[in-house]
Unconditional design. Structure first.
Length: 555
């Protein structure tokens, strides 16, 4: 295979991989528009994302094994075809139920595409090129994950939500044509054609119930019987899966792989990377919209600087790894990612765009240095015929990490936000009581309204309108001779309201920032153990002894 042939083959693989991974994030920003179009609730529309994640997480290990057994090219092409078809069906959906169904099919298709991309890439390049290729793979992984919000925001702003799915159709067709023409079939040479049915059922059930529990945990409550039952089912089916794999002649996931320290350490590090990453890029977009008041498009564009940083440092790691050990680069990457979360915690409502972008670049550098090196270390430390299933494991652990990250950090943020809003109301009440312009009745009404209302986003114009209504009612009930005095009193209150309103809003924003800051710090703490596991994600090369060099030279 010549160089041109290899490059075209790699482009085909990256197109399918990028398309599947992009759809995990690009849809999120279009959900409000979908909610409005279908006239449904945010709870219901969230299943457009949940259905994709559930199907993807439940099928990814099974898809990796089937590809090893029956042909990676076949499974890749089937996955791309189904993904393209389900994208077109999602784009023309006429009901929310149809859209959720086709999104589940998309997630199922993506499970056949994503894990196969690594073994297919390894097959078309010689071993000495594996490092740079994995760096490129990691760069596009970072780009797909982080560019989703900006691309989704752009499409939503200038087109409509259906084009989020329409753009997959030409990409899918080009990918299929290039794959058919240029990519050769590959298998796991040690795998026979017998299907481990019990293994497939138990691991799929375990991953499905675990992912479903994490998705619903904040809505139902982490200690609710529903969530605890799902966790119990997931644990029991996982135990059954392990027992099955130990007993069957041809297991779908050889558990002996977990005896390889770099494989296990890399998988745990990727899990923690996916988990910690969500406290950064995911929650930072909310920070930009809720605290900084940016539009979804502008927030997405700023977040995309993380993708650019990830791409650059992923490519740079391919050069650095020749001089610095891969495990050190992986550990450094997770250290930078952890640092970026800590730096996010210092952001305020007055932070400049450049201050935010610099922090995102630190996070992107961490992703770029760690992700590709962790995956490359896992791949190179397992037998070549197990690269397919290894790719499935590392993608599954990273995916579970991101789902768990959203669930945990949303729970942390929500509970801390409740505390901070209580503190904010107490602070505002003190401000109102200390004000000398309002009379005692006005203060009392404002405090009662503040305590009983869950809204902290009431606008100044809404507040002035309420005062105007009260003024009109008061004027109707008093004699004409007292009306001028009452008008002056209300005018004074409106003037003071206009002065104090920004102070009150500022107070609520200050406490909202504290909730975000606490969440970012938690993300930093979750990532710190990943640094240790990343350090053990590759074997340390022992230098050859003098007599070994001599023998080698003689031979």
């Amino acid at each position: 295979m010549n160089t041109k042939h290899r490059i075209i083959s790699f482009i085909a693989i990256i197109l399918g991989f990028f398309m599947a991974l992009l759809d995990t994030t690009i849809v999120n920003i279009t959900l409000p528009k979908m909610t409005e179009y279908f006239g449904t609730t945010m709870n219901h529309i969230s299943w457009v994302v949940n259905a994709y994640n559930l199907a993807f997480a439940a099928m990814i290990i099974t898809a990796s094994r089937l590809a090893d057994q029956f042909g990676r090219k076949k499974l890749f092409m089937c996955g791309v075809f189904l993904f393209t078809l389900s994208s077109s069906l999602s784009a023309v959906s006429t009901s929310i139920e149809m859209l959720i169904l086709f999104r589940a099919l998309q997630g199922l298709s993506a499970a056949f595409v994503v894990p196969v991309t690594v073994p297919l890439s390894v097959e078309i390049f010689p071993p000495e090129k594996r490092g740079p290729i994995m760096a490129l793979w990691g760069a596009f992984a970072g780009l797909a994950a982080a560019s989703g919000p900006s691309l989704g925001g752009f499409i939503t702003e200038f087109l409509n939500w259906r084009y989020v799915f329409f753009i997959n159709i030409p990409i899918g067709i080009i990918c299929l044509l290039l794959t058919f023409k240029f990519i050769s079939e590959s298998y796991d040479s040690t795998a026979n054609k017998s299907i481990d049915v019990l293994g497939i059922l138990t691991i799929s059930a375990s991953m499905f119930t675990l992912t479903f529990a994490l998705i619903k945990a904040n809505e139902k409550g982490w200690t609710s019987s529903f969530i605890l039952s799902l966790f119990a089912i997931s644990f029991i089916t996982l135990i059954l899966f392990v027992i099955t794999e130990l007993k069957v002649k041809n297991p779908m996931l050889p558990l002996s792989l977990f005896k390889i320290i770099p494989f296990t350490s890399g998988a745990i590090a990727l899990f923690l990377l996916g988990l910690g990453m969500m406290s950064g890029s995911y929650f930072l977009s909310f920070f930009l919209i809720q605290v900084k008041g940016l539009s979804q498009l502008n927030a997405g564009i700023i977040i995309s600087s993380m993708a650019l940083g990830s791409m650059f440092f992923s490519m740079l790691s391919a050069i650095l790894v020749k001089k610095i050990k891969a495990r050190l680069l992986s550990a450094l990457g997770l250290c930078l990612l952890s640092l970026s979360c800590f730096l996010y915690s210092s952001l305020t409502k007055d932070s400049t765009t450049m201050e935010i972008i610099l922090r995102l670049i630190v996070g992107g550098a961490g992703m770029g240095l760690s992700m590709s090196n962790l995956m490359n270390s896992m791949v190179k430390n397992v037998p070549k015929d197990k690269i397919g299933i290894t790719s499935g494991v590392n993608n599954m652990t990273r995916t579970l990490g991101t789902v768990l990250g959203v669930a945990i950090f949303l729970s942390i943020f929500t509970s801390n936000m409740t505390l901070q809003m209580s503190n904010a109301k107490n602070s505002v009440i003190k401000t109102i009581n200390a004000d000398t312009a309002f009379d005692s009745n006005a203060k009392k009404e404002m405090i009662i309204s503040l305590k009983t209302s869950s809204e902290k986003s009431k606008t100044l114009s809404d507040t002035i309108k309420e005062i105007d209504k009260k003024e009109a009612l008061t004027l109707k009930s008093i004699p004409p001779m007292l009306q001028n005095k009452v008008k002056l009193s209300f005018d004074k209150q409106k003037k003071e309201t206009k002065r104090i309103f920004p102070v009150i809003q500022d107070s609520f924003k200050t406490y909202t920032v504290k909730a975000f800051s606490f969440t970012f710090k938690c993300g930093c703490l979750f990532l710190i153990p990943g640094i240790l596991f990343a350090f053990f994600s590759d074997k340390e090369k022992k230098p050859l002894l003098k007599y070994e060099n001599t023998t080698e030279n003689i031979i």
